[in-house]
Design a protein around this ligand. Sequence first.
Ligand code: FMN
Length: 158
Amino acid sequence: MTDVAGFREAIGHFATGLAIVTAPGPAGATTNAVTSLSLDPLLVLACLDRGSRTLDAIRASGRAGISVLAAEQEDVARGFASKASHAEKFATVSHRDDHGVPLIDGAIAWLAGPVHQLMPGGDHEIVVIAVEAYGAPGGEPLLFHRGAYGALPADSGA
Ligand SMILES: Cc1cc2nc3c(=O)[nH]c(=O)nc-3n(C[C@H](O)[C@H](O)[C@H](O)COP(=O)(O)O)c2cc1C
């Protein structure tokens, strides 16, 4: 099975969190392809579709932010996954400008910094961000698994 639907079904078993990747503009997109990359230097990466307008804004500004969504922010994830205008997306959510990028209020953690490297990855672009600042107010994470949003079980001890 090598079709796109089968690929999505297979990789969809890899449970992830969800983040809003942002850039000055403001611009932002719901993203689950976010990974810690390096400790020295501090690097984090996000994979963005070449059609992503947020990717365009990241290229233009050379900066990016990551807001890790809380369990109660499923509506934010749905809103930022749309092709509504960025003005409309940001009008629906409380946010602030911090370290040169827009960050989503209520996120359980955030990271921000300049673009370290942009690398091609098929129909996506791998955006490597040099982490200049971060914070972790904490809270329960929003999860994504097999196409569904979820949260940790109440008794998970997390
Ligand atoms: C759960 C979920 C995860 C997503 N993860 C990614 C991702 O990792 N990379 C990506 O480019 N798009 C991802 N998307 C799709 C983008 O959010 C969507 O294409 C969005 O419209 C892009 O917005 P933009 O054009 O304003 O940047 C995801 C969507 C959903 C619902």
